[in-house]
Design a binder for this molecule. Structure first.
Ligand code: C5P
Length: 262
């Protein structure tokens, strides 16, 4: 089982209060985007990673990504990644990453292995099912086991796979008054989300043709696929996959990394 990845890192991160883009902000001396890449590579299921980066910081990202690839390769980790310029929204940055992937991505199944038994039996090669993961560099400390779980669920036939964690706060809805929501029925959504590549491409193409307000209401790729009628499969996420958004999240990320190396 192999997967390709679009890693979104083109956000400005203004809420972090840094002058550099969020994905280049260091945690334990290493940029968030490099932590994210290491987690993906450590899963052992990832081939190509396309990183969507801000145009005005492309050179800095290219240097950080190249160095991360070299460092990982030097210690025997299979590592590949390249940068493309993202867009003004996360959705546009994912679309830019999808455009940069090979037209079909890596071929898996009998079509890839040239399955001799299938050839002898005169069987048609199984149609290639390409797994693509969309991951946020902001969730830099996502454990590799989550990456594997998501990719495996797509390999097992799910079209859309979303890692989730339970909601621990009490939650209210504030539209037209204040109304309590049963948190037992809620889950917080994380990344990486997994897809069959053709479906995700169709979902992004459809979103690009919808009215702006309608398309931008979707905050992740699973929602774009749901518009096409695709069913979502949930798998367990992980509390370490926190989305680094505020200075407080950075402190938490520093503590998590310190606990991992202790
Ligand atoms: O801004 P927010 O934290 O919601 O962004 C989630 C992810 O989407 C981050 O990894 C960020 O870098 C990415 N993003 C992007 N292009 C944008 C905006 C956000 O790649 N224009």
């Amino acid at each position: 089982m192999r997967a390709v990845v679009v890693l979104t890192a083109a956000g400005s991160g203004s809420r972090l209060g840094h002058t550099v883009p969020k994905a280049l902000v260091p945690v334990a001396g290493t940029p968030l985007v490099v932590h994210a890449l290491r987690g993906l590579w450590a899963s052992g299921v990832v081939d190509d990673v396309v990183v969507s980066v801000p145009a005005e910081h492309r050179d800095a990202f290219e240097r950080a990504v190249r160095r991360a690839v070299d460092d990982a390769t030097a210690v025997g980790v299979r590592a590949a990644a390249r940068c493309v310029v993202g867009g003004p929204t996360r959705q546009a940055s994912v679309a830019a990453g999808l455009d940069a992937l090979a037209p079909r991505g890596p071929v898996t199944g009998a079509a890839a292995t040239g399955d001799a038994a299938a050839a002898v039996a005169g069987d048609q090669p199984a149609p290639a099912r390409v797994i693509v993961l969309v991951h946020d560099a902001a969730r830099a400390l996502t454990p590799p086991e989550v990456v594997v779980r998501v990719a495996e669920a797509v390999a097992d036939g799910a079209d859309v796979v979303v890692p989730v964690v339970p909601v621990t706060d009490s939650v209210v809805e504030v539209h037209d008054g204040v109304r309590a929501v049963d948190r037992a029925r809620l889950r917080a959504v994380q990344t990486p989300q997994g897809f069959e590549l053709g479906l995700l491409r169709r979902a992004h193409a459809a979103a690009a043709h919808r009215a702006d307000d309608e398309a931008t209401a979707a905050t992740d790729d699973a929602q774009l696929c749901a518009v096409l009628g695709a069913e979502t499969t949930l798998v367990p996420g992980h509390l370490d996959a926190v989305k680094v958004t505020t200075p407080r999240d950075l402190l938490l990320a520093e503590a998590l990394v310190a606990a991992r190396v202790a």
